[in-house]
Every structure is written in C-alpha cells, then in structure tokens.
Write a protein that binds this ligand. Structure first.
Ligand SMILES: O=C(O)CCC(=O)C(=O)O
Ligand SMILES: [Fe+2]
Length: 213
C-alpha cells in the first residue's frame, strides 16, 4: 500500500456524489495504514484499561442496555480531549463533512463518534441510526480498524437498501481494515451479523445541530 496520503479532496467529492445519488457508499483504503494501526492500538489500550462500556439503545433517560439487540462495547471520543491520533481521524472526518455539505446541502454542522468493539458472538440487530431521540443524526460514517478480515469471520455490516419495487436489496460489507462506509442515517436500515472474532471500528455521525449535550 502506498505511504502517501490519499487524495482526500477527490475521494471525498466522490463519496459526496455517491451519497447524493444513492444514499450510501463503501470506500476501501480510506485510512492510511499507519493511522489505521495507530487507532487500533489506541483502541486496544483503552479496552484493556477497562474504559469501554456496554453499548445501549436510546438516549438520556430512555437509555437501556439490550444485549438481545446489540452486544458491542463502545467508548465515545471526547472532542475536548482528543489524543493526537484521534485528532487526525477527527480532522479527516471534518474534511469529509465539508465535502458532503458542498454537494448534498444537508446542513451538517457537527460530529460525534465512538470506538466500538464486537467481541466474538456479538452482533447488532437491524436498526436505523436515526430515531426519535437522535433525529439530528443525518449521515453515518463507519471506519473499520481490523488487522485482517476473512469471510469466515462473519461480522458483516448488512445494509437493507430501499428499492422502488418494495423488495429490499441486501448489501453485505466485510469490516476490512481501512474501509469506510457512509450512508444516510435515517434511510438505510442495517445490522451487524454475528462475528467470530474481535471486530474493531469507529462509528461516527454527522449531525444537523451545532452541539448536543
Ligand atoms: O459497525 C458497523 O458495521 C455498524 C455499527 C452500527 O450500526 C452502529 O453503531 O449504529
Ligand atoms: Fe447503526
């Protein structure tokens, strides 16, 4: 793999165009290999320190942990306390947010994200990322950090694409390291199929609000 920084201006424009035309896109090698492995290393360190929590459903008072729906563990990034490596990731997402705004006029104003790890046997059942409590999530961006991933490991992201004849079309995406998936949070139901290996990622959302507590 090339050590040079990818041409983010062109790549981000292509992503924005695809989101505009079809509502989703998958891009391989979005992250330079060095940054992917640094982010994975940091994630593993934070995990071993016990910083991750069971992921839940809902927000505020309606937050509940529902292991029958999702069994991943997450750690939210704090924009005011980013590590240097997290800063690099965050600023890449900032550039992507601006590119999507230029093309799609979605009025994306801010970003939130968490590290996620799916231990063997875990999954996240079909859902939409936008629901009553988090209507401000407009675009989902998932970046996979895994060292290597084989089909036999499972853990695919399954997207259910709406189509005109009422039939949904399924797209299964392996969580290969460096791969980025972008889709409209309110329009594309998706799930994480059960994994047999630790599955590492960062999931983020571009929001149409300036900030939320
Ligand atoms: O990790 C993935 O592929 C999807 C995660 C997801 O759907 C979520 O965190 O809402
Ligand atoms: Fe999701």
């Amino acid at each position: 793999m090339s050590k040079e920084e990818p041409d983010y201006l062109s790549i981000n424009e292509a992503i924005a165009q695809a989101v505009y035309e079809q509502g989703w896109v998958v891009v391989d090698d979005y992250l330079p290999e060095v940054l992917r492995s640094q982010l994975l290393g940091e994630q593993q360190e934070l995990l071993s320190e016990g910083s991750f929590r069971h992921a839940g459903i809902g927000k505020g008072e309606s937050f509940t942990i529902k292991p029958e729906i999702r069994s991943d563990r997450v750690l939210w990034m704090d924009e005011r306390a980013l590590s240097p490596v997290q800063e690099r990731y965050w600023s890449l997402m900032e550039r992507l947010r601006q590119a999507i705004n230029r093309r799609c006029f979605l009025g994306l104003r801010s970003f939130e994200c968490h590290f996620a790890v799916y231990p063997p046997g875990s999954f996240y059942k079909r859902h939409l990322d936008q629901f009553q409590a988090v209507k401000y999530r407009v675009v989902t961006v998932i970046l996979y950090l895994n060292e290597e991933w084989e089909e036999s490991f499972g853990g695919e992201l399954r997207m259910y694409l709406p189509s005109s004849d009422k039939e949904e079309r399924l797209v299964d995406v392996l969580p290969k390291g460096g791969r980025l998936v972008v889709f409209l949070s309110g329009e594309i139901p998706h799930e994480v199929l059960p994994t047999t290996q630790d599955r590492a990622s960062i999931t983020g959302w571009f929001r149409d609000v300036a900030d939320v507590s």
